[in-house]
Write a protein that binds this ligand. Structure first.
Ligand SMILES: NC(=O)c1ccc[n+]([C@@H]2O[C@H](COP(=O)([O-])OP(=O)(O)OC[C@H]3O[C@@H](n4cnc5c(N)ncnc54)[C@H](OP(=O)(O)O)[C@@H]3O)[C@@H](O)[C@H]2O)c1
Length: 332
């Protein structure tokens, strides 16, 4: 599978695909970069070559073996079927197909075998879900998690390139004593935060919060797991952080949890009770691991454990996880 396309190549996630594929020596014969008609004429660099961006159309996929879709749910709904009809395998970053029972939802550290059960489409989970399940899964295997309560601290880039621009523009406007314009987010993001990621649903949760519930259960094959999430947007440019509380069937001591996590794939434990002895978003920029710290007993529950998880969501939460899925397929 060496003829590759990226739909949404000019976006916050799309550009990370280029960096990561180059850094990982991803095998490519031909690379097609697709975006909206607004981007036609732009060129993006890959391995020292300038590649012209083409418009995403139903005909974009002739001769394409593998397409990474990262252009939003609407575009995935509109174009993924055309790609599959052309014989292309699609790894989709949007939420369009994640909960479709015929579409595997894959995090390679957890369920790589599911990648092979595709009918043309493999879904990449939501960014806040990926980093949480990477940490939850080894603990679940060891002690069976019954319940998870999580609060997220999600960066501005989670809302794409326009979210990053808005945080920077508002910060600059505030420094220059100018009015702050709000357009990408539901409220001011600079020097502020809000418990509102994606739209509100009838049950009082937001759609982002329910993605964390439903996708976690699907990836971990744990339909009964109790999960409650509060998703918060914070004025951080890149990388999401999460405060996670779990209740397990068997008591896990912090030391045991630390040892399990240290051995688990894709995880770095950074857990010293000193200033800076914990993962922070600024430090994990453009890193591929999921970082865990602040591992401690939740003394409000006899089998409770609390910890802190940080990862670069443009990497592990999006482009990197998709590329790792492709690498699983390539390794057969
Ligand atoms: N940001 C994250 O942390 C993150 C994490 C996980 C998953 N995702 C998912 O990844 C996808 C992309 O997110 P992003 O953050 O990269 O967004 P973004 O920065 O807004 O980029 C969107 C991309 O989609 C393209 N696009 C928009 N409308 C299009 C159209 N009508 N036809 C063709 N291409 C079109 C854009 O092209 P133009 O430049 O030409 O407009 C751009 O390349 C979304 O589905 C998002 O939910 C994002």
């Amino acid at each position: 599978m060496k003829n590759i396309a990226i739909a949404g190549a000019t976006g916050a996630v799309g550009r990370e695909f280029l960096k990561l594929m180059e850094a990982r020596d991803f095998p490519i014969n031909n690379l097609k970069l697709l975006a909206s008609e607004r981007s036609v004429g732009k060129k993006l660099e890959f391995c020292g070559e300038q590649i012209a961006v083409e418009e995403l159309t139903p005909k974009s996929f002739q001769g394409v073996d593998l397409a990474f879709f990262s252009a939003g749910k609407g575009r995935s709904r509109e174009f993924v079927r055309h790609a599959v009809d052309a014989g292309t395998v699609v790894i989709d970053n949007s939420s369009a197909f994640r909960m479709d029972p015929d579409v595997p939802l894959v995090v390679p550290e957890i369920n790589p075998h599911m990648a092979f059960k595709h009918n043309g489409i493999i879904a990449n989970p939501n960014c806040s879900t990926i980093q949480m399940v990477v940490a939850l899964n080894p603990l679940h295997k060891a002690a069976t998690i019954n319940r998870v309560v999580v609060s997220t601290y999600q960066s501005a880039s989670g809302a794409g390139a326009k979210g990053m621009r808005e945080l920077l523009k508002q910060t600059q406007a505030w420094v220059n004593n100018e009015p702050l314009e709000v357009s990408a987010f539901p409220a001011q993001i600079a020097f502020n935060l809000f418990p509102h990621v994606d739209v509100f649903l009838k049950n009082g949760y937001t759609r982002e919060e329910m993605k964390m519930v439903n996708e976690t259960r699907k990836i971990m094959d744990a339909p009964e797991m109790g999960i409650s999430a509060t998703c918060v947007r914070v004025p951080v440019l890149r990388a999401h952080s999460e405060a996670v509380w779990i209740e397990t069937e068997r008591k896990l001591t912090p030391q045991e949890a630390r040892e399990i996590l240290e051995k688990a794939p894709g995880i770095v434990v950074k857990d010293e009770p000193v200033a800076g002895g914990y993962p922070m978003p600024w430090d994990v920029d453009e890193t591929v691991e999921t970082y865990v710290g602040r591992i401690r007993e939740d003394f409000s529950h006899p089998r409770g454990l609390a910890f802190w998880v940080v990862a670069d969501q443009l990497y592990k939460g999006a482009a990197l996880n998709s590329i790792q899925i492709a690498e699983v397929l390539a390794a057969g």
